[in-house]
Design a protein around this ligand. Structure first.
Ligand SMILES: [Zn+2]
Length: 113
């Protein structure tokens, strides 16, 4: 397994992402209505593993515990974070890693986790 950090970005490159960790073992094509409309494929990481640079906008709905972040320029969903900054987990949109990378990762059709 590579020790190189994973690198990703939104479509326009304004938001840059580095992951200090391996490729996720799978990506969750979450079956909830919101994620089906959003089109993200979620990889779950510890917050400390992922660094995100660049300004994002966010969308909060429903139970208001998750904030869905996207690039305000190109609109691409980059990640979600819990609104509680102490929450240890986050979800990265695996699509930021680029097609050549994310298409190697198995998909599962799960529900929110
Ligand atoms: Zn962008």
């Amino acid at each position: 397994m590579s020790a190189e950090p994973l690198h990703g970005s939104c479509h326009c490159g304004a938001v840059q992402i580095r992951v200090a960790g391996p490729l996720p073992k799978d990506l969750n094509d979450c079956q909830c209505e919101h994620c089906q409309k959003r089109g993200a494929l979620w990889a779950y990481y510890d917050v400390a593993q992922v660094s995100i640079t660049g300004v994002t906008s966010s969308y909060i709905w429903g139970d208001r515990d998750l904030s869905f972040h996207f690039c305000p320029s190109c609109g691409m969903t980059t990640h979600w974070a819990n609104v509680d900054p102490g929450y240890p987990r986050m979800g990265l949109n695996g699509r930021v890693l680029g097609r050549d990378v994310f298409q190697q990762i198995p998909l599962r059709k799960g529900m929110p986790s």
